[in-house]
Design a binder for this molecule. Structure first.
Ligand code: G3P
Ligand code: CA
Length: 301
């Protein structure tokens, strides 16, 4: 099993740093809009920890969002898919092979698709040791486990419905789970939750089912098409290599589904110079595996 030495070293260094800092999360005790709320405080784009603080902990695990919290990041991003027996789980790829030990545990089950395994089977898998030995035993969280941890951490969630074409009805099921977990009340909807997808149909369905929810479309629509997106979404979230200051300004010039200027969160920016470049283009948020690097680049802190 391959363990990335650089990742392990980075995680060890961060653990040391956090120990020195007392492991506190500066924003965690703060309410929305306080001076430590990243949307209100230091200026610059909002920083989203992509799949958690995934440069330093295994992506989409509870460890990755806990680490984002300890580093002081309120917003985390994840990916939601569905098991064979209908349980929503948090994982990026549509196979389990890259980020778990599924090939060892279930050698005869190639190609190891998420949708071909039950939740109990997935719960047996190690989702941490591929990244670094110290994370051995980390699990693929169910979405319910994940929501409870985000809540406990007082974090906010950019939830991606991944490959919805593989999972008919996943939009409604995700909203039902969010409701059960207490995430569709007025406060969460207003301040703590954005639902996004690469599928415009998926975002449209979410908007139809819960018109109060903030949504985002992942991609870079042509300028001429933007008004159609503004009918059902509030944010356009493009890959950073595909945008310009003019494009960002054009998005800002449109009124989104909730009557406010549309906003742009770009991904995946792990480099300080690129972070400053997209900040200068006027983006509203930066989605990154290394949120500490981006925060230092765009705010100086
Ligand atoms: O949030 C943006 C980003 O997650 C989109 O790409 O493949 O990492 O889900 P991906
Ligand atoms: Ca994602």
């Amino acid at each position: 099993m391959y363990v990335r030495p650089a990742a392990a070293a980075a995680a060890a260094f961060l653990g040391f740093t956090l120990t020195l800092l007392g492991g506190t999360a500066s924003y965690a005790a703060a309410g929305p809009g306080s001076s430590t709320d990243p949307r209100a405080g230091l200026g610059g784009p909002v920083v989203y920890a992509h799949r958690g603080a995934s440069a330093y902990a295994p992506e989409n695990t509870l460890d990755a969002i806990d680490l984002a919290m300890r580093l002081g990041f309120a917003w985390v991003e994840n990916d939601v898919q569905r098991t064979k027996d209908g349980v929503l789980v948090v994982i990026h790829d549509d196979t389990l092979a890259r980020t778990t030990d599924v090939e060892q545990v279930f050698p005869g089950r190639s190609p190891w698709k998420v949708k071909d395994f039950t939740a109990d089977e997935i719960a047996r898998l190690d989702a941490g040791s591929w990244f670094a030995e110290e994370y051995r035993g980390a699990r693929v969280p169910t979405l319910r486990q994940y929501m409870d941890r985000v809540q406990r951490n007082q974090q906010r969630l950019l939830l991606e419905i991944k490959k919805p074409e593989l999972y008919p009805g996943i939009e409604e099921q995700t909203l039902e789970l969010l409701d059960e977990a207490g995430w569709l009340d007025e406060r969460h909807v207003a301040q703590k939750l954005v639902v996004q997808s690469f599928s415009a149909d998926c975002v449209r369905i979410v908007h139809r089912l819960r018109p109060d929810l903030v949504t985002a479309f992942l991609g870079t629509p042509a300028l001429a098409d933007l008004p159609r997106y503004a009918e059902f979404t509030d944010r356009i979230n493009p890959w950073h290599t595909t945008i310009s200051a003019d494009w960002v300004a054009a998005v800002h010039g449109l009124v989104g589904a909730h009557g406010k200027a549309m906003e742009v969160d770009t991904w995946i920016v792990d480099d300080a110079a690129i972070a400053r470049k997209v900040r200068d283009m006027g983006v509203d948020g930066i989605i990154t595996n290394a949120p500490d690097v981006v925060r230092a680049a765009v705010t100086g802190f």
